[in-house]
Design a protein around this ligand. Structure first.
Ligand code: SAH
Length: 365
């Protein structure tokens, strides 16, 4: 199998080029073509010698993912289902709002956290994505038709934000994610500001501390979904291993270290975690913290026994949070016509096409 260029470390690429009698500058040149120049074949790399292009094409591919599906919603949201070199499928989404172009990316094939309402984790986790596979989601979204190609050598400003909120638990694949984000933020990479990158985690305390110690300006979002351990253990099973107290302590450490306010995400599930009493408890839990709360009405997943709250329940949930002075936002729905919520399109694809060995287990209806 040919390796994707972005999966080679800088040292590996340099060593290969050296063995082929090439100067070190070629490494930057090649990466620039793929990352900034939208090159999807070696053929188009016009300032790379032909013999080298042919030698490269024998060993490598510029991009290792293929677009298995491309869906576009009327609101301008694009969703890509990407097939990886080993046949696995992942999803990524481009959300366009005003002057923002936000890429929502995955970090794992599936997810091992098992949140009961989430489509991504229904089959468990297959594997971590490589650095190249994480980067390629950004590049594929940036390269979508309808956008003018950036001339090689000029930093692309087309993606303005990244949310790591696709499939998988980002902090369970920390090394590859960090490497990919290094390229995403580099001037000679995608040039996206670190402050415009949000990493959403189920809440792994030790990994949150590592993220804090990185000294980057990434924004942290913690998926809380419940104001006490008893309820959170039911909704987010991995909570039995961590507990809310340790997660909040780690998040406080992140704030102290980085000065970046933490966002707490709260998926509202009808009749499960959406009562005004839950909101009061949540406000008490976050008291004294400079926290932001992102309320996300549940996005229905076929086959799962959960519902979105009614508009009245949503309003009644928000009232105590606001009264206690919390900064609260309700997440808007985007791209619902194209299964834009994480894991849904892949799951549909898996249940239609027999490409997954565990396909029979997908059927949970
Ligand atoms: N593993 C990370 C990223 C998950 S996706 C995390 O747990 O944060 C980002 C957010 O979407 C999480 O808060 C997740 O709980 C939420 N989510 C997952 N499925 C959802 C659904 N069907 N409707 C609404 N939000 C959902």
């Amino acid at each position: 199998m040919k390796r994707a260029l972005l999966d080679l470390t800088a040292a590996e690429l340099l060593a290969w080029l050296k063995a082929h009698g090439q100067p070190a500058m070629r490494a930057r040149q090649l990466r620039r073509w793929v990352i900034q120049g939208q090159a999807e074949s070696f053929e188009v790399m016009s300032d790379v010698p032909l013999a080298l292009r042919l030698a490269l094409a024998e060993k490598f591919v510029p991009l290792g993912t293929r677009v298995a599906r491309h869906l576009e919603a009327p609101d301008g949201t694009h969703k890509l289902l990407l097939r990886l070199a080993d046949g696995q499928l992942i999803e990524c989404v481009l959300i366009q709002e005003d002057d923002r172009r936000t890429a929502c990316i995955s970090t794992q094939v599936g997810c091992g956290m098992g949140c009961v309402f989430c489509a991504s984790g229904l089959n468990g986790v297959d594997r971590n994505l490589t650095t190249g596979e994480i980067l390629e989601q950004l590049i594929r979204l940036r390269n979508l038709p309808g956008t003018a190609p950036a001339p090689a050598g000029t930093p692309s400003t087309r993606l303005t934000h990244i949310v790591v909120m696709g499939m998988g638990e980002p902090l369970a694949n920390l090394e590859s994610l960090f490497e990919a984000l290094e390229v995403a933020t580099a001037k000679e990479g995608l040039g996206i500001g670190a402050r415009h990158i949000t990493i959403s985690t189920v809440g792994l305390p030790a990994k949150i501390r590592r993220l804090a110690d990185l000294g980057k300006q990434y924004h942290l979002a913690v998926s809380l979904h419940a104001p006490n351990d008893a309820l959170r253990n039911r909704i987010v099973p991995t909570n039995t291993k961590t507990g809310l107290a340790a997660i909040l302590e780690a998040a406080d450490y992140f704030f102290a270290k980085t000065g970046r306010q933490v966002t707490y995400e709260y998926v509202l599930l009808d009749n499960i975690n959406d009562s005004p009493a839950h909101a009061e408890e949540l406000a008490r839990l976050l008291r004294g913290r400079r926290a932001h709360v992102n309320v996300i009405p549940f996005n229905t997943v076929e086959g799962l026994p959960y519902n979105s709250p009614t508009p009245a329940a949503l309003a009644a949930f928000l009232e105590p949070l606001r009264r206690h002075g919390l900064s609260v936002k309700v997440r808007k729905r985007k791209g619902s016509t194209i299964d834009a919520a994480c894991g849904q399109l892949r799951r549909r694809e898996l249940s239609v096409v027999n490409i997954h060995p565990r396909q029979t287990q997908v059927n949970i209806h």
